[in-house]
Design a protein around this ligand. Sequence first.
Ligand SMILES: Nc1ncnc2c1ncn2[C@@H]1O[C@H](COP(=O)(O)OP(=O)(O)OP(=O)(O)O)[C@@H](O)[C@H]1O
Ligand SMILES: [Mg+2]
Length: 396
Amino acid sequence: MLTDHAPCSKAASVVIIDDDKNILELTSLILSKNGFQPYIASSALDGFELVSLHNPELVLLDYMMPEIDGLSALQHIRTRFHDTYVVMLTGKGSEEVAVELMKNGASEYILKPFNNRNLIERLQNVLRIREIEIHNRELQKQQEHLLFEIEQWNLELQKRVREKSEALQNAQEEIVQSEKLAALGYLSAGMAHEIRNPLNSISLFIQLMRQTATEPDQIEYQAKILKEVDRIDSIIRKLLDSSRRTRAISSNVQIDQVIDSAIEAFAPQIETRKIQIDRRYHCIPPPITADPCELEQIFTNLFLNAIDAMARGGQLSIEVFESSGRVVARIGDSGNGIAEDVLPKIFEPFFSTKSRGTGMGLPVAQRIARMYEGSMEVESSTSEGTTFRLEFPANR
Ligand SMILES: Nc1ncnc2c1ncn2[C@@H]1O[C@H](COP(=O)(O)OP(=O)(O)OP(=O)(O)O)[C@@H](O)[C@H]1O
Ligand SMILES: [Mg+2]
């Protein structure tokens, strides 16, 4: 259907809606001669069907029609088919009608009778405007999309910066904690020796006093002093032992056996406090790499705390299983839990809420877990009890 005057490589399609058959035929002829692809409809309803079928670039719409008036038809087309532009044809023209039509989305307003050249020029003009507007809309969409993407990136960056800052803060806190631990190791090795000498003297003098004491009160107090001196001595010995001992790392450590061995040492307290033990070993876990004595120290510290937390009896739950290549141990007690303000501090060296606590149990346990590429954290703590979770890489 293209002629020499074709406005573009693909014939622009135009639906002509007019109740006057002569005008329809004539206009259709003019349009096809000028390179357009016309479709004709003698009523607005037929016209809508053609528009939805051919999705035309333009509609030439008669303003005065019997069933549906031109204005309603214009509104219908503009709201349903955004890319179809409407040119109005009308027999009687007035300024107000023109303004009203333009306000409702008409792109052009042509008075009948029109001359051929003028009609084609104006249609081509509308087509050009349409092309530019559609292109602009597309650009705007792309711009919005880009802005949205930039915003998303921005949010992602903010999130990453926040995460990195938190990680940095945690790392700094950990450095402080491990410095405290290192200082403790240094101090304990140096001071233990210094403390044990005067302690030994105290013990000797008390023993001398005991030989001559006659008052029952005095005998009792001296016995208590000796007992406390022994306690101090055993604490110091333990500190020295752990700093002197050479590590015996094995890649064949069964965590369930280490736990069993640790719990055995508490048999007397467990019995007198009437603590029930609920052991759930879901499988024989794969072995892990660690020094079994150090690993046992973790559980010893956890059990000591759990027993402290269950002064009036309760339940100690131990669960062992494998998950995603990690051996997991969960140690739960039914004590009173850890207060919210205490919770963030429990892994800090020397932090304790107990009158005779050293505050070294948990930080030492956590340091050992991390040394073997494991982790140790409080999984939950409520007024019903506390559960610690330990994870170690499984050896397969
Ligand atoms: N199972 C638990 N239930 C309630 N509180 C706990 C539990 N485990 C630890 N805590 C809290 O964490 C604090 C620190 O524990 P950590 O074992 O490091 O030191 P400690 O028990 O106070 O002293 P130490 O273990 O040196 O004798 C405890 O004082 C206690 O307040
Ligand atoms: Mg403790």
